[in-house]
Design a binder for this molecule. Structure first.
Ligand code: FAD
Length: 105
């Protein structure tokens, strides 16, 4: 199928989908293509990191995410019944010192 669009976005991962959404929001025609014929049946996303929250904040789309998600200030890493360590996000240097996780897992 041949279509006239202003922008061709190559890759339907988070970067391409956010870019396409922002173009659409600003009235710019775009088409997204991906090497995969269908969406993958699994996802890698466990949490939204502080830097992503900053980007969402600058785009004005953060509030619904903050309201819907679970706020995590500390991540504790376990392996074979042992605690390997903790990551304290409140000292990570971001204005959002936390991760956002889904309530459904
Ligand atoms: C196990 C794991 C867990 C993770 N957990 C998290 C998490 O909890 N939170 C978080 O924020 N991040 C997480 N990440 C990181 C996150 O997945 C990446 O930062 C994110 O996927 C990057 O998005 P992207 O769109 O840049 O690239 P990708 O997700 O890799 O998407 C690129 C897309 O472009 C397509 N593509 C590439 N080249 C071409 C081409 N030439 N033509 C057409 N299509 C093409 C690919 O098929 C793919 O669909 C995790 C990563 C892994 C591996």
């Amino acid at each position: 199928m041949v279509a006239e669009v202003a922008v061709l976005v190559v890759g339907a991962g988070p970067t391409g989908l956010l870019l396409a959404s922002e173009l659409y929001r600003r009235g710019v025609d775009c088409r997204v293509i991906d090497a995969h014929r269908t969406p993958l049946q699994w996802d890698r996303a466990t949490v939204v990191h502080p830097r992503s929250l900053e980007i969402f904040g600058s785009l004005g789309i953060l509030e619904p995410l903050l309201a819907a998600g679970v706020k995590q200030r500390v991540a504790r890493l376990h392996s074979a019944g042992r605690v390997l360590g903790e990551i304290d996000l409140s000292i990570c240097g971001s204005r959002y010192g936390l991760n956002i996780a889904s309530r459904k897992r």
